[in-house]
Design a protein around this ligand. Structure first.
Ligand code: URA
Length: 186
């Protein structure tokens, strides 16, 4: 078993797909290594590529608003992405890029052992929950698999594009908080 620090070094120097040639910084996940809740988004954006930290751009502000709605901070959760490098022009990460990177997420999950995994957006939900996941219909619902509760919510950037999604996403976050309490974690 590698340590978290070793895993971070692998990610930061990863040569496994073509994104290694275009990235500025690979973006390892960040947060509480004993977190009960792990949030997984799709791939770093432009600000994250510059900073090497997840969700430092405008969608990070939306995420912080949602976390603060249920009274938690980034220090209490763990936040990561399916793909650790920025896909040019913010396109969806390609299946081969996801394939090359997914072992890092599996390893992060093994080390952190979250009880709840929240997929931020369709790409993460399709990768983690079900390849045919329909975010519009299924967001905010939970399923239990391999000792972990899984759910998905709209990606913060979808809320930036359509602010009317904020209210229902706040309700989904309330459900995440309920699940957290149900697990005796409050
Ligand atoms: N969007 C993502 O999917 N991940 C980030 O880290 C930032 C923006």
């Amino acid at each position: 078993m590698y340590t978290y620090e070793e895993l971070k070094q692998f990610v930061e120097h990863c040569p496994r797909c073509a994104l290694a040639g275009s990235r500025r910084k690979a973006v390892m996940g960040r947060g509480n290594l004993k977190a009960v809740i792990m949030f997984v988004a799709e791939a770093p954006g432009n600000s994250e590529d510059r900073d090497g930290i997840p969700f430092t751009g405008p969608s990070g502000e939306i995420l912080d608003e949602l976390l603060s709605h249920i009274g938690i901070t980034r220090q209490e959760i763990y936040l990561t992405n399916i793909v650790k490098c920025h896909p040019p022009r913010n396109r969806d990460p390609l299946p081969k890029e996801q394939e090359a990177c997914i072992a890092y997420l599996k390893y992060e999950t093994l080390l952190i052992r979250p009880k709840i995994i929240v997929c931020l957006g369709r790409v993460a939900a399709c990768r983690i929950i079900d390849g045919n996941y329909k975010i519009t219909r299924e967001h905010g619902t939970f399923l239990y698999r391999k000792n972990t509760w899984l759910t998905a919510v709209y990606h913060p950037s979808a809320i930036l594009r359509d602010p009317s999604k904020m209210e229902e996403t706040k309700k989904d976050f309330e459900k995440i908080w309920e699940k957290f309490k149900e697990l005796g974690q409050e």
